[in-house]
Design a protein around this ligand. Structure first.
Ligand code: NOJ
Length: 553
């Protein structure tokens, strides 16, 4: 396959403009601020930025409630600032993906305002209505415990409207050809302003049949083909990264058998079992999840991640597994959310233990797919659980030990900067970690470089190598005459493992990519390797001259 598929061996960094860097002292992050931090991101070695929603919005769901798709929230700057930003990113070789949120609009969107005011409005059929309250109105809520219903009576319309999410997010009727055309227009607009693709929000709901009579809504997968076709015509290297938390057997429907639908999907199955593995040291469910999500067309790619801006959703684990993860990482009911997840950041979940943080990141970076990092995790930022729901893990970036962590000159920031305790900005910030060669930030940078120099992971095929220990994961990737072997010990005591790489060669060397140490096969033809508690190794099989062995197409 041609090398042009940039997303196959990329590292993506997700951030919210609102909480990244404020440039004008109003307490809210903005595009000029983000531009000043581009060299930081460039230095970290990332390939693409994924921007959370920044369009005009009442901001009741952190921007996932859009009131104008063709303008940006004035608090973040102007469209001119946006284009300056995409240009500046391009100059540094960084691609820009943006969220596209078209399952629903804000209830303040002029389309909805028009639709509710007049049954003959041209926008009436852009939403989903019912004259009577549907029988299943109290089912299918995405935010159980907070959201009460999926159908709400609108006083003005005198009818119920459907909303898969909060009631201020009425669902668009995506079966309506006018709505479909508008979605393509929105994508075309942002592509023209310099973006390289989209993280598509809530894809299974975007393409589902909607309506009061829908007993078993079907998915209209053709829509995905149209989205992709538009991208490919307008900008050949643009991609869609789908948020589709669906059971593994549905994945191929989203990628398309011929790879003609979504380029990428987040791997929620691997995410949840990875956290289970970190909690229990049992790698079996993770290995199963890897196997269940193995099949995908050649051009398709997983997005692998640890934490994102939402709760850590554990809904696909068994009850016993979920309980174990809760017990380890979110025992307090206040740490849990929506009856299925944990609303904490990664570092506090792992007790701030550097060994476990490195293990978690190393594991995530070695999963098949393209890693998606979340801002602040590279310095081990914490959370503020006094903030409601998911906001606890959305606090501003901590740049220095100056007031407000260097995020803003204002002391009234959009969300409070973490200032107390071990995760306060005085202790956890970019400036001090940049000066310390052993900091987590510098470790993360080295790991990103190492990951990018192991394209076998992004492009190749993996196999699990037998270690005889359920708490040690050994994965091998092969691609274009090169191979890497990645070892992870998930438990808190050391493990000596014996690996048979079946290369039939006594004396075959494993070169440690991180520190240059190596392992030699012993007389029994096996490698005997001692892994320290939570230890990990990244080996290249055979030798360092992989660049010379590599074949390019
Ligand atoms: C998924 C997003 O990740 C989440 O933050 C948002 O609340 C919902 N979709 C609704 O747009």
């Amino acid at each position: 396959m041609i090398n042009d598929l940039w997303y196959k061996n990329a590292v993506i960094y997700c951030l919210s403009v609102e909480t990244f860097q404020d440039s004008n002292g109003d307490g809210v992050g903005d595009f000029p601020g983000l531009m000043r931090r581009l060299d930081y991101l460039h230095g970290m070695g990332i390939d693409a930025i994924w921007l959370m929603p920044f369009q005009a919005s009442p901001g009741k769901d952190d921007g996932y409630d859009i009131s104008n798709y063709y303008d940006i929230d004035p608090r973040f700057g102007t469209l001119g600032d946006f284009v300056e930003f995409t240009h500046a990113a391009k100059q540094r070789g960084i691609r820009v993906l943006i969220d596209i949120v078209v399952n629903h609009t804000s209830d303040q969107h002029p389309w909805f305002q028009s639709a509710r005011s007049d049954p003959n409005s041209p926008y009436r059929d852009w939403y989903v209505w019912s004259k009577t309250k549907p029988k299943d109105a109290d089912q299918g809520m995405v935010f159980p415990g907070v959201q009460e219903s999926t159908w709400t009576l609108d006083d003005k319309a005198g009818e119920y409207y459907f909303h898969r999410f909060y009631k201020f997010q009425p669902d668009l009727n995506t079966a309506n050809p006018e709505v479909q055309a508008e979605i393509l227009k929105i994508m075309g607009f942002w592509i023209q302003l310099g973006v390289n693709g989209f993280r598509m929000d809530a894809v299974p709901f975007v393409i589902a049949d909607k309506g009061a009579d829908e007993q078993k809504p079907q998915q209209q997968y053709d829509l995905l083909r149209w989205f992709r076709a538009l991208l490919q015509w307008r900008k050949g290297d643009a991609v869609i990264l789908a948020e589709a938390n669906v059971p593994p057997k549905q994945n191929l429907q989203y990628f398309g058998d011929d790879g003609d639908r979504m380029h990428m999907m987040f791997n929620f199955q691997v995410n949840q079992t990875l956290f289970y593995a970190l909690a229990s040291a049992d790698t079996k469910p993770l290995i199963k999840a890897l196997d269940e999500t193995r099949a995908r067309p050649d051009t398709a790619q997983w997005g692998t991640f640890l934490r994102n801006h939402d709760e850590l959703d554990l809904g696909r684990l068994t009850e016993a597994q979920r309980k174990l993860v809760f017990d380890h990482f979110g025992p307090d009911p206040d740490m849990q959310l929506y009856e299925r997840g944990i609303r904490r950041r990664l570092a506090p979940m792992l007790g701030g233990d550097r060994r476990r943080l490195e293990l978690a990141y190393s594991l995530m970076l070695s999963m098949p797919g393209t890693p998606v990092l979340r801002y602040g995790d590279e310095i081990g930022m914490g959370d503020d659980l006094s903030l409601p729901e998911r906001n606890g893990a959305r606090t501003p970036m901590q740049w220095s030990d100056e007031p407000q962590g260097g995020f803003s000159r204002s002391d009234k920031t959009v969300l409070p900067v973490i200032s107390e305790g071990p995760y306060g900005f005085a202790h956890v910030n970019v400036a001090s970690q940049r000066r310390d060669p052993n900091s987590f930030l510098n470790w993360t940078e080295r790991m990103i470089r190492m990951r990018r120099e192991a394209p076998e992971i992004g492009w190749g095929a993996y196999s699990v190598v037998e270690t005889g220990e359920k708490d040690v994961l050994a994965m091998r990737y092969d691609w274009r005459n090169n191979s890497v072997l990645l070892l992870h010990n998930l438990c808190d005591y050391p493990h000596k493992i014996a690996l048979d790489l079946k290369m039939g060669e006594i004396g075959l060397r494993l070169i440690d990519i991180a520190d240059g140490g190596h392992s030699q096969a012993e007389d029994d033809g096996r490698h005997h390797i001692l892994l320290e508690p939570y230890g990990y190794r990244w080996y290249r099989i055979g030798g360092l001259d992989y660049i010379l062995r590599r074949t390019e197409i």
